[in-house]
Design a protein around this ligand. Structure first.
Ligand code: DAT
Ligand code: MG
Length: 153
């Protein structure tokens, strides 16, 4: 699989519950490389654009209210097959259906409070679109991780 970048965000519930550090650690431990991160408040326009694919769903207004209800920690992570691997580490959309050991399966109980967002690996280009929506090009840091030769053959 190719090296790629994916967009990940600790949602307002994860921030309030003090889960940023744990979530970052999980991706670091996996060997993924952080190339951007910022603590920020999402405004209405950004929320509506980010979740645009769900605009006609009954849960849309509640979703936008939730994601704008407090600060989030937005990140970009890079690695081999990163988008799909992050989704696997997150678990299912519904924490109640997520296996223990996954982020949603360890920290969530309710669909509307599922702690983390990650780009959809089944939606071609979603990772790059979401990265561009949240970060300017100059916010993405190009750097060498010292353990790269021990992570990849
Ligand atoms: P995911 O976040 O796993 O990519 P999604 O893109 O289908 O899931 O939906 C975006 C978010 O919307 C999801 O994290 C939680 C919320 N959501 C999805 N389906 C929902 C539903 N049926 N009722 C309430 N909220 C829902
Ligand atoms: Mg999605």
């Amino acid at each position: 699989a190719d090296t790629e970048r994916t967009f990940v965000m600790v949602k307002p519930d994860g921030v309030q519950r003090g889960l940023i550090g744990d979530i970052v650690s999980r991706f670091e431990d996996r060997g993924l490389k952080m190339v951007a991160g910022k603590f920020m408040q999402i405004d209405q326009d950004l929320a509506e654009e980010h979740y645009g694919e769900h605009a006609d769903k009954p849960f849309f207004d509640g979703l936008v209210d939730f994601i704008t209800s407090g600060p989030v920690f937005a990140m970009v992570w890079e690695g081999q097959d990163a988008t799909r691997q992050v989704r696997a580490m997150m678990g299912e959309t519904d924490p109640a259906e997520s296996a223990p050991g996954t982020i949603r399966g360890d920290y969530g109980l309710d669909l509307g409070r599922n702690v983390i967002h990650g780009s959809d690996h089944e939606d071609e280009g979603a990772n790059e679109r979401e990265i561009a929506l949240f970060f300017d090009e100059e916010e993405l840091v190009d750097w060498d991780q010292i353990d790269e030769s021990w992570l990849y053959e």
